[in-house]
Design a protein around this ligand. Structure first.
Ligand code: MG
Length: 268
């Protein structure tokens, strides 16, 4: 072999050695020093409070505020004038009375976990937004439809704009998937609501966030809201400090829907 070929071979070996070289020692995983102990990273306090879970995951745990247990509407009032809530209670469920308008909780809430079940009647008629329309206003900010609406609708086989289907944050956030059940079957929302906060001058300090499981399936994943629900126009925030949860008596002419098993857990 000539000197030239030998030098070329040596050069190629040098390149190959550097390309496939082991990482330098400093880049490899550093072992724990001899003085570190497992206990150094153990946290013992504060101890989380004990909560007794419900008999099943839909039943209220021991620290929940039960808003409707099938018996009465003692926790609810008319959203129009705060008079008694005049929806129909029977057979352990509450059914929308469209003539009576929206109802909302007597209590106000900030951040919370909410469980609520709803059923579109098996004989539902209508189409689009006029088929089992209702809604859970996660924070009611006044009479009528003022607030932040998680839409309720028959979306089993019912086409409408997708930011207005069941599981949507109305006109703000499309659900990730559509896990709707057939009319006549009970469905559930499990919601984690983080209320917006405001500065003294009314400007927004931190936005609202919402996570929603619809029939156990994640449909809203820590969505950052742009403001209150607006039927027409873009959403915007208005200062509030605690708000009721409100249920919608929508003005469409389809058969009224029902709710049951409503409970909430206040969060820090
Ligand atoms: Mg609605």
């Amino acid at each position: 072999m000539s000197i030239r070929i030998a030098l070329s071979a040596a050069f190629l070996m040098l390149i190959a050695t550097s390309v496939f070289a082991q990482p330098p020692v400093a880049a490899q995983q550093t072992p724990a020093t001899s003085t570190a102990k497992p206990e150094d990273t153990e946290v013992w306090e504060p101890v989380p409070p004990v909560v007794t879970p419900g008999a099943n995951d839909a039943a209220p745990p021991s620290d929940a505020i039960v808003l409707f247990d099938g018996k009465n509407l003692d926790e609810w009032v008319s959203a129009q004038d705060r008079s008694s809530a005049r929806w129909t209670v029977g057979d352990g469920v509450v059914t929308v009375n469209k003539a009576a308008g929206n109802i909302e909780t007597k209590r106000s809430f900030h951040n919370y976990q909410l469980h609520i079940e709803w059923r579109i009647p098996a004989n539902i008629t209508g189409s689009g937004q006029a088929r089992g329309n209702s809604g859970v206003f996660l924070a009611s900010t006044g009479p009528g439809d003022a607030g932040y609406e998680l839409q309720v609708l028959d979306s089993y086989n019912n086409k409408t704009y997708v930011n207005g289907m069941a599981g949507s944050i109305y006109k703000q956030s499309i659900p990730l998937v559509n896990p709707s059940r057939k009319p006549g079957e009970w469905q559930s929302y499990d919601v984690v609501w983080t209320a917006p906060t405001f500065n003294d001058d009314g400007s927004l300090k931190t936005p609202a966030y919402v996570t929603v499981f619809f029939n156990g399936v994640l449909v809203q994943n820590h969505f950052e809201l742009k403001g209150e629900t607006r039927y027409i126009g873009q959403p915007f925030y208005k200062k509030l400090d605690g708000a009721p949860v409100k249920l919608q008596a929508h003005g469409d002419h389809s058969e009224p829907i029902s709710f049951r098993n409503i409970w909430v857990r206040e969060l820090p």
